[in-house]
Every structure is written in C-alpha cells, then in structure tokens.
Ligand binder design. Sequence first.
Ligand SMILES: O=C(O)CCC(=O)C(=O)O
Ligand SMILES: [Fe+2]
Length: 288
Amino acid sequence: MSATDTDAHVSTCGCKGIRSCLLCERLKGGDQLNGNEAKVKLHFCYEPVLKLAVHEDGKPTSFPFPGVFIWEDFLSEEEEEVLVREMDKNVWSPSQSGRKKQDFGPKVNFKKRKVRLGDFQGLPAISKALVERMVREPVLAGFQPVEQCNLDYHPERGSSIDPHLDDSWLWGERLVTVNMLSDIVLTMSRHATRALELGLGSEDINDDEKEEEQEVQVAVRLPRRSLVVLYGEARHEWKHAIHREDVTARRLCSTYRELSAEFLPGGPQAEVGGRLLDVALSFSHTAG
Ligand SMILES: O=C(O)CCC(=O)C(=O)O
Ligand SMILES: [Fe+2]
C-alpha cells in the first residue's frame, strides 16, 4: 500500500440531501439506490484521434463528439509526485458523494449570483508553471484561471460525482482538469432524443422505451497525468460525471476555471473580474 492510499484519506463524510458515499450508506444500512439507475443507456466510447463517440458493442455506429481535448503526459512522474505531496500538506475538506476537496478561488453564491474575494489569497504557487505550460496549447490560448479546485476520490469512500453541467454565469468556456494518481473514466451523458439531433442514427434508439427514459453515455478515458479540456458542446450540452465503480484507486484532480464574458474586459462585471484575476494570478498560496 502506498503512502497515498492510507486511512488518512478515508475517514469523514460531507454528504447532504440525496448525495451519499460508502461511509454514510454503511451507517444508514445498505446501498442507496440512485434514481438514474432505471434509465436505458446507450454506451459509447470517446475516440480522441478521430474525435468520435464509437458504439461500445462493436456496432458500426459513431457520431462526432466535439469539445474534448486530451493532453497525455501533461505532467511528468516527478511533477505528479511533487504536486500530490504539496496537496497533501493542505487540509482536505469532506465534500459530497465521498469526495474531499480543496478550493482556491473566490467565495461564490451561485443561487444569488454573488461573488466576492473572501479570504482568497491566489492560486497555489506550485500551479504557476503548469498554467504557463497549458496556455501554450492553442485550445487554451489566453486561458486565465480564476479558480483551482482539487478533488480527492477514493474507492473506500465510494467517491463519485453525479452528472452535472458546471455553472456558466461565472465560469467561462473552458474547463481544464489535470488527472493524478490513477486512470479514470469521465462519463458524458445526455438524453437520447437530444443526441439524435447530433446525428446518432434512430435505429440505435430503443423504440420499446419512452425516449425520455433513454440516455446516451460517452466514456472519455483519462490517463493518469493527462490534462483534459471540456469546451463547446462537451461543456454546455453534455453532463459530465465520475462513476463510483470507475474509482478503483485513489485519484486526485485539479480543475481550473476561467471567467465568463460577463466578468472579462467589455463585460458588465469586468471590474470585479479584473480584481479576482489579479489575486488569482498572484499565485501566492503556499502549501501547509
Ligand atoms: O473529477 C473530475 O474530473 C470532474 C470534477 C467536476 O466535474 C467538477 O468539479 O465540477
Ligand atoms: Fe464539473
């Protein structure tokens, strides 16, 4: 067992409402059934070279899947080791669905659409070189992160993240995630009826089931130490999730988010955006 796999990463639960993890399910007794389980699912796998979603059962069906960019070996093995060691010097707070998190960014109330600096000191110093590297990739030209959120997933906690779209009032076009410690599958999903509009053949949709009960899932494989960008349709039209069964070893990730047009120069909240960026890009947070 490695140092990153010890009990320190298992312990407390931060679940609320319908979310659960293995820790609270054991207390409540038995697994909680997820309401999504009953849906008929059509399974596809993302093929990064051709940018296609390919049917998993070997059927010759595929459809274009734009908006995913994967940078393999974004981190070297040595960099990954240093990053994980630095992250583990900071407190991991219990979060929903068996995740733990560390957030470096402004205080945000998404319901009231309010954002303020709070005690935000800047992104971690160790991230500066990584951001400088990522922006050299054309897909990430001009990317200026205003938030970094680190997540810790562990099979002993049954960690997962439910299908969701990230906010797009405050957060901008590109979501960037660096994947550490293990390979993972990011599952993209949307209703089959909407996927039909994307050119998926109607013969692939099961007539016996009500259309709204059917869902298309596209498995995006993220290798350890890779970086993934979600933008365009993959950002706005497809939900993303990490399934519990895909977390087979400890996995850490860092998600970087940029500001939406509303908070950028020319937007109605450009002044607020400028202040947030000045603090974020000072990279003045040091671990410990
Ligand atoms: O764990 C991941 O790769 C995704 C995290 C995520 O979707 C989020 O924090 O919004
Ligand atoms: Fe997300």
